[in-house]
Design a protein around this ligand. Structure first.
Ligand SMILES: [Zn+2]
Length: 124
């Protein structure tokens, strides 16, 4: 009786490799609907972010602050005005994130896809 022997090349079937590649998150579509940004991901999920929600979570150093060695966070004193929550434009950056440009002129925050997806459950 032999049977049940697994040959080495069967340990890494090509289907697993294909699945790993498709797991890399991408953005399929991006639309501004009213005061929300609608994103459709390559895995079929759709996310809707109110613009004010997004702006208040801007990940740039000026908005999110920078930590010193003692973990104190220093935030900039950027004032939010009504135009802060309106988009002038929004572009995809390097296939890994989006960079919104707001009506108040601020536009240095890059929201990575993984950051956006981590924010998604916070939107009620
Ligand atoms: Zn910012």
């Amino acid at each position: 009786m032999s049977g049940g022997q697994v040959t080495p090349h069967n340990l890494f079937p090509s289907t697993i490799m294909a699945r790993m590649t498709s797991m890399q998150l991408g953005l399929e579509n991006m639309t501004i609907i009213g005061n929300e940004l609608a994103l459709r991901w390559t895995d079929g999920i759709e996310s809707y972010f109110p613009l004010e929600f997004l702006r208040k979570r801007c990940p740039c150093a000026l908005c999110a602050g920078e930590k010193d060695i003692l973990n104190n966070v220093y935030r900039g004193t950027l004032a939010l005005v009504p135009g802060s929550f309106q988009l002038k434009r929004c572009s995809v950056v390097g296939g890994y994130g989006i960079q919104p440009e707001w009506m108040d002129g601020h536009g240095s925050g890059i929201y990575s896809f993984s950051y956006l997806r981590s924010l998604d459950p916070e939107v009620a």
